[in-house]
Design a protein around this ligand. Structure first.
Ligand SMILES: Cc1cc2nc3c(=O)[nH]c(=O)nc-3n(C[C@H](O)[C@H](O)[C@H](O)COP(=O)(O)O)c2cc1C
Length: 105
């Protein structure tokens, strides 16, 4: 069975909620999914995963330094596998009136 890891970086938990939703969707296609805070990823052997997904929120126009550092440290590994990057961001009601927010499906 293919094994996907979703690494997340959250401040208030919203990104974790999105990653858990994504986990449920991906598991429906018969894949095993591990969800892990990005700060714990260095303790894992990431080579065993078929796909690596990173979910991160934005604060003041930037992701956490943890995210940039992780991507720089593991750039070669990430490039060698299917990978994805998910952003959890603010979509105010005033903007939603003219542009609908992106959806996960
Ligand atoms: C202090 C603060 C700064 C933020 N800055 C941005 C920003 O620059 N751009 C953006 O799109 N969203 C911004 N947001 C919205 C967050 O990215 C959004 O609420 C996100 O879902 C939070 O995810 P988290 O709980 O996983 O950290 C900000 C939120 C807070 C509280």
């Amino acid at each position: 069975m293919r094994h996907v890891i979703i690494l997340y970086c959250t401040t208030d938990g919203q990104t974790l909620r999105i990653c858990e939703y994504l986990q449920g969707v991906v598991e429906q296609s018969d894949k095993r999914v591990t969800v892990l805070p990005i700060e714990l990823a260095d303790g894992r052997d990431l080579t065993v995963f078929d796909t690596i997904v990173i979910g991160a929120s934005i604060r003041y126009g930037k992701h956490s330094k943890l995210v940039y550092d992780f991507i720089h440290r593991h750039a070669m590994l990430l490039d060698s596998k299917p990978n994805a990057f998910s952003v959890s961001m603010w979509w105010p009601e005033s903007r939603a009136k003219t542009r609908p927010p992106p959806t996960l499906t």
